[in-house]
Design a protein around this ligand. Sequence first.
Ligand code: BGC
Length: 462
Amino acid sequence: MIYFLAGVAAIAGLLFGYDEGVIAVASPSLQSSFPMSAFEDGFTTAAVPLGAMLGAILAGKLTERLGRRLVLMLAAALFALGALAASIVGSIAMLMLARLVLGLAIGVAAVVAPLFIAEAAPLRIRGALVSTYQLAITAGIVLSYLTGLIFGGPDTWRVMFALGAVPGIAFFIGLLFLPESPRWLVLKNRDADATASLRRLRGTGADVAGEVEAIRANVFAEQRTAAHAPGVLAPWVRPALIIGTVLYFLQQLSGINAVIYYAPTIFQHAGLDGQSTQVMATVGVGVVNFAVTILAMTLIDRWGRRPLLIAGFAGTAATLLLIAVAVVAQDVFPSWIVVLALFGYIASFAISLGPLPHLMMSEVFPLSVRGAGMSLSSVSNWGFNFVVVFLFPLMLATIGLAGAFTLFAVVCLGGIVFTIALVPETRGVSLEEIEGHLRAGEPLNTLRAAKGAPIPVAAGAP
Ligand code: BGC
């Protein structure tokens, strides 16, 4: 049952990726139905992250009150309705509204789905199950790009948007068969329901009394700490907040979603002729992103966070600068150089800047403020996602592709400095040790795993 639950909840990741990526391949046919200014183009595309930012703000309160499953069902219904609405609209304004609604569903689901998995999963496989969600995002991006290969011609954007309703409906139906999170049920003093839920999750006949006891003890301990501990803005929590929010700032300002949302346009600006060639290259971007994310999942606990981040920032900065130069000197550099460099950029992102901010956000916050800290970090993620996606068409129209990519490269270089100066190495360090370090007021970047300590499974949710 737990694998079924993780599979269903991961559909939310698939939808997240699908709705991010679909605009890239739907854009040409959309432009022929509704010719758009750079401002309208930017806003239509950026309506999803804008809605998601609002969703992330609402998600915490909603799920505390209504539970994980019901909130996800509401999000699934919004997903399906938003996708269908986006496919039948007759004006740009209506399309923006439909994408805003889709974004709202994504923002809520992006906080609640991983939380649902993490709370229902047995400790020993929690990290792996949470990472599956992350992988589902990249799978959704590939799927959306593939629809661009399969469907072509005028008005195909309607089919592409409508297809997003299929996983939305599957998500809703799957949720009907799932039990509520046992942890939330205990929080609501419904221990009998929590026992029934755990029995279904762990299989018939499983003795779950001990686990319910442990959850109950944990909830008590958390409530006690929460009553005494200062909030997420307290000075001793600040280093964690800086890691959570700045890593997302860097992730987004590395320009990733300029690429994910506008890949065919980028290839066009780089001189790659023919719409189908551009879509093929875009599918390549999606596949590299997906494949390298699998590799990253195996390296994160072996190589550690800091080396991967430094390598990732160096790789993204170098490839962005190479693309900028190749675009300015198009008569010297053939366009396949840009395609290769963009694949290199995506690989550098997926090995580090993609998964690590999500993982580290779940590691650095003290238990009592983890929910609030993750919510604030998510707002930083979606807020900067919105800024980049909204401004990118305007940047193309003003400073051009080379100018935009040079700016992103400068941010990535700043990322190296930030990592060296402030990012802790949390590999092999328990969450309690991280919290102890914060409480003692010691700089986070002096954290080190104790020699010979076992490497723990990544805990918590992105
Ligand atoms: C980011 C998304 C991005 C995706 C690309 C995620 O880690 O948060 O904004 O679109 O990676 O794979």
